[in-house]
Design a binder for this molecule. Structure first.
Ligand SMILES: C[S@@+](CC[C@H](N)C(=O)[O-])C[C@H]1O[C@@H](n2cnc3c(N)ncnc32)[C@H](O)[C@@H]1O
Length: 409
């Protein structure tokens, strides 16, 4: 370990040897920050750090980070936000202090363990394995692409406020990577991102297929917002992503080019029934694979009328949880009714955002039997009867296209 802040932070995080780090003498004296304390903890077999900032009004702010992401953040705090940092490890302590003239003094008494190099390599390996998008990957253009999207600074460092988005899109890519073999092996892959918004995910998925997988891709994003779509088209052109295009409009009105069937439809955080609109249209287009992470849920909570479930719904918070789970479970069941195999999984740590469910659906080569389909239909109808409402997808026709009849107009 070199005698630099970065090297020390990387060492203590990778070797997971620190017991406590205290940051004091905040540079911004108007912030009301007294000090920040960082401690590691384990959750579901993974190591995290808890960052606890104590304020002068007696309050404290907490946030948790996977240990793999901590070095960068702690380094930034020690270099730019605080004038003093004290690190306590099982193998000695270290003090980092900035003088009045802002000269950095490091007194490092931490002894490197014999196995630390191996631990560090392993931690680095795990980190690389977990993050498919690597800002340091200059060879594959990862750095340029993340910088152009405002996720990193010019030096390739992930910006603090973009860390959650960075983790979300990386995790989305991992879940996509898992089903890569379900996509056609040859030819041009056709991909749509519905409700693409500012399109961090769209660019990341395009990068994943074209650069990391070396595939030919035709990708299209659709969103209602004209300014965002103009920005996305400009960004795609600036990044030489020539087969990535965006159009502005309602996805209910989007018509794919003649004869085109998407291999993959993705969607991240389409609000409320916009996720249903995504699923309905992905099915309408005949998508082979659909990957959708829902956003907020309002429809079911508002519409649900169920005396049988009033013991839950009388508690508003529990009613919301019930409505969220029922909405997503009925989305999955509806997809089965359209001949998809469906899986659900966690996108990221629920402590980071509650919007972390991934619905991954693959069109079945062998459709379900009529008997199976009628069982799914019966389950769907029974659930709606119990909940006292029929959600958006249940009101669409079997093809996923809403008709006047569906709406009772
Ligand atoms: C919360 S944003 C998510 C954007 C992006 N996927 C992300 O994760 O950053 C939801 C987006 O859905 C778009 N949207 C909602 N309903 C839509 C519809 N019917 N057709 C097209 N876009 C829609 C909104 O304009 C908004 O940009």
């Amino acid at each position: 370990m070199e005698n630099s802040i970065r090297s020390i932070m990387e060492y203590v995080c990778a070797s997971q040897s620190f017991e406590k780090i205290t940051f004091s003498k905040c540079r911004d004296s108007s912030s009301g920050i007294l000090r920040t304390q960082v401690k590691p903890f384990a959750k579901r077999g993974e190591v995290y750090v808890q960052i606890e900032t104590f304020l002068s009004d007696g309050k404290a702010i907490h946030r948790n980070l996977p240990a793999g992401d901590a070095a960068e953040v702690l380094c930034e705090m020690a270099e730019r936000q605080y004038k003093q940092t004290n690190i306590h490890t099982e193998n000695g302590d270290c003090e980092i202090r900035f003088s009045k003239k802002d000269r950095c003094h490091i007194q490092n008494g931490i002894k490197e363990r014999a196995s630390s190099a191996a631990v560090r390599v392993l931690a680095q390996h795990n980190k690389q394995k977990r993050y498919l998008l690597d800002p340091a990957d200059k060879e594959n253009g990862g750095a340029a692409f993340l910088y152009r999207l405002g996720i990193t600074d010019e030096g390739g460092r992930i910006l603090d406020k973009k860390r959650p988005k960075y983790r979300q899109i990386n995790r989305f890519l991992e879940l996509l990577d898992d089903i890569y073999d379900d996509l056609p092996r040859d030819g041009t892959l056709v991909i749509y991102d519905l409700c693409c918004g500012k399109s961090y995910l769209t660019f990341a998925v395009y990068h994943y297929f074209t650069v990391l997988r070396g595939r030919d891709v035709r990708m299209h994003g659709v969103d209602l917002k004209p300014d965002v779509i103009a920005y996305c088209n400009e960004t795609a052109a600036a990044l030489d992503m020539h087969t990535l295009t965006f159009s502005c409009g309602d996805i209910n009105a989007y018509t794919p080019p003649a004869g085109e069937t998407p291999d993959l439809v993705i969607s991240l955080h389409a609000c409320d029934i916009a996720t249903d609109i995504v699923l309905a249209n992905a099915v309408r287009f005949g998508a082979r694979v659909i990957m959708s992470t829902p956003c907020c849920h309002h429809e079911m909570f508002r519409e649900m009328k169920s005396p049988a479930l009033s013991f839950i719904t009388e508690h508003s918070m529990l009613g919301q949880k019930l409505a969220d789970a029922a909405t997503d479970a009925l989305r999955c069941l509806w997809l089965k009714m359209q001949n998809y195999d469906v899986q659900t999984m966690e996108l990221i740590d629920p402590e980071e955002t509650p919007k972390n469910l991934m619905i991954r659906a693959r069109k079945r080569r062998q459709p379900y039997s009529a008997r199976e389909l009628s069982q799914y239909r019966a389950s769907y109808d029974a659930a709606c009867a119990l909940l006292g409402c029929v959600p958006y997808l249940g009101r669409t026709s079997g093809t996923g296209v809403r008709t006047a009849d569906d709406e009772g107009i």
